[in-house]
Design a protein around this ligand. Structure first.
Ligand code: AGP
Length: 610
């Protein structure tokens, strides 16, 4: 999705802006631009396509300035063209960049057009530029004009503006889309994501919804729409600066796949004692809340939703607490009913997904016992606005296709199921100790499975000329099949669907023929017998089977059947292990197809608009 960077300094800020945009590239975008102040003038350069195209434009026609803003755009209103790329100007009075969607932009555009303003783009953002200009006619002070204009906006926005009438300042407003101020000495910065600025600072002020700010070289002044001053303390950003570093790996996705054993070990570090689970990491309130929980609603999107689906099986069987799992974009527009003592769990890698945040805000006003954020970004909006926090330690995930974020979410959710089971008196000491030992062994088992990469690479060759694929699983492995299909479709663009294997003969079996690979994940559990019958149905119709199976499962290989035995699939954590070959499969198919693995078309890393 869109990204914002800005800087004010005594030195030339153009390289800082460009580097910031490069660091936001992983989020997905289709054009980029920069606006800087040069004396009384505002200079703008924009380009369609990669940030490199903007860098080339800047090399051909360089800019030197002490104050400026920059943007990567992911098109919502209007095609990805240079005219629609941000920043947008209102004459030479100001320039703005914006993330989010202005919902009343059509009415505002009509109003501004009839007042004589001329529009050069199809975007909702240009409305904001002219709106501020109109307010400048009423107010001498740019801060006042800016806040009056912001007062007219409806929808979601992270907004930054520069103006020659206050040449060392950046003006900001936040409602619904993230925005931070990066603090340094005698120069300050702004960004939609701290990652954009880790090369220049690790201290950030997080703007809250409704905050406005004026940032200059000396510091940041925060206020609300009524002009009341606000105090927000800077926080240190704990992640290492690993953004530009793929190491020896060809893609971030592959690096992140191989980082999973370490990410899982890091996630468990503060959650396991010598014999049992430690619940302190959930926050001081946790021990009082856990025994009271009678229902759980898990809300999330995409891969995080799949983690929630696995958690339902674990939490219900280990703790006996009923669990509902729903995608956030549906939940937020229903009228969900929370039975007494229901815990709301929002799962999100980024903690900035617009639909998940909207669901959290609904839950906070609708009688839930408490809210819990399961998140990889400690400073994110989801974490800041939730009552309890369960943090994963995956490190920064750059690949749009989520990998280590997912397996660390699963790890934390398995741990949560144990904590809930114990709090409800459903988990005895011996079972808790056994489960803790299983979790401790997990990183080691993951390492062994990742060594099967060459075998998976060969299997990937079967998919190169295929248009469709079917993924099957049962029980806790059905959501893993969903995740395997999502990975394959998002990075290789092969149409992939997942079904619980028992549903096959209720419809999807009609699709099965020799052109349809069918991928199955199968542990050695009580559903194996039933799964075998389902697979026979596929074989009988000429479908090609690719089975990722537990080591002790015997399945006949032969023409049209490939089996790959996966060690470590015999415990409760089997869904985590079973995910790994499916990630590797998607990666190697995408590699063979030559797609942009880390930045698949049309997708964004963090979906901050509806
Ligand atoms: C998964 O590969 C996707 N990139 C996507 O489904 C993602 O999981 C979803 O957008 C939710 O993101 P979040 O975890 O940051 O909320």
């Amino acid at each position: 999705m869109c990204g914002i960077v800005g800087a004010t300094s005594a030195r030339n800020i153009t390289p800082i802006l460009l580097e910031g945009l490069r660091r936001l590239e992983y989020r997905g975008y289709d054009s980029a631009g920069v606006a800087v102040l040069e004396g009384e003038a505002i200079e703008v350069r924009r380009a369609v396509g990669k940030v490199q195209a903007l860098a080339d434009a800047l090399e051909a026609d360089p800019l030197e300035s002490h104050t400026g803003i920059a943007h990567t755009r992911w098109a919502t209103h209007g095609k990805p063209t240079e005219a629609n790329a941000h920043p947008h100007r209102s004459g030479h009075r100001l320039a703005v960049v914006h993330n989010g969607i202005i919902e009343n932009y059509e009415a505002l555009r009509r109003e501004l057009k009839s007042a004589g303003f001329q529009f050069a783009s199809e975007t909702d953002t240009e409305v904001i530029a002219h709106l501020i200009a109109r307010e400048m006619d009423q107010h001498d002070d740019f801060a006042k004009a800016f806040s009056h204009a912001v007062g007219h906006l409806e929808g979601a926005y992270a907004l930054a503006a520069v103006t020659p009438s206050d040449p060392e300042a950046l003006y900001l407003a936040r409602m619904g889309s993230p925005l931070v101020i990066g603090i340094s000495t005698e120069e300050n910065y702004i960004a939609s994501d701290p990652l954009a600025l880790l090369q220049v600072t690790d201290r950030f002020i997080h703007l809250e919804n409704g905050d406005l700010a004026r940032v200059d070289r000396q510091g940041a002044h925060l206020f609300d729409l009524k002009g009341k001053e606000l105090q927000r303390e800077p926080e240190r950003f704990a992640h290492e600066d690993q953004v530009a570093n793929k190491g020896d790996y060809r893609h971030f996705m592959l690096k992140e796949i191989h980082e999973q054993p370490e990410a899982v070990a890091n996630t468990l570090a503060d959650k396991l004692g010598s014999h049992g689970v430690l619940t302190e990491s959930l926050g001081p309130e946790a021990n009082a809340i856990l025994p009271k929980i009678e229902n759980i609603h898990i809300i999330a999107c995409g891969t995080s939703y799949h983690a929630g689906l696995v958690a339902r099986y674990w939490i219900e069987s280990i703790s006996g607490i009923p669990v509902n799992v729903e995608v956030a974009s549906e939940y937020r527009y229903r009228e969900p009913v929370a039975p007494p003592n229901t815990l709301f769990i929002g799962i999100s890698q980024s903690g900035e997904t617009a639909d998940t945040l909207a669901a959290l805000r609904f839950a906070k006003e609708n009688g839930y016992l408490q809210t819990l954020a399961l998140c990889n970004m400690p400073g994110s909006t989801l974490v800041r606005e939730s009552g309890l926090r369960l943090l994963t330690q995956a490190g920064i995930e750059i690949g749009v296709a989520s990998t280590k974020a997912f397996t660390t979410q699963l790890t934390a959710l398995y741990w949560l199921a144990l904590a809930l089971g114990r709090a409800r008196g459903r988990l005895d000491k011996a079972d808790e100790e056994k489960a803790v030992a299983t979790l401790r062994a997990l990183p080691r088992h993951m390492e062994v499975v990742l060594e099967l990469e060459d075998e998976v690479k060969h299997i990937a060759e079967e998919f190169v000329d295929k248009q469709h694929a079917l993924f099957l699983g049962r029980g806790t492995h059905y959501p893993i099949a969903l995740e395997g299909a999502l990975k394959l479709k998002e990075i290789s663009y092969i149409h992939a669907e997942a079904y619980p294997a028992g549903e096959l003969k209720h419809g999807p079996l009609a699709l099965v023929d020799e052109d349809m690979p069918v991928v199955t994940v199968a542990p050695d559990d009580h559903l194996l017998g039933k799964l075998r019958s389902n697979l026979e149905e596929v074989r009988a119709r000429g479908g090609q089977l690719i089975n990722f199976i537990a080591e002790n499962v015997d399945m006949q290989a032969g023409e049209g059947v490939i089996n790959l035995k996966i060690p470590g699939m015999n415990d409760g954590t089997s869904p985590i292990i079973a995910t790994l070959p499916l990630q590797l499969l998607a990666y190697h198919v995408a590699l063979l197809k030559g797609t942009d693995v880390d930045k698949p078309r049309n997708l964004a890393k963090s979906v901050t608009v509806e």
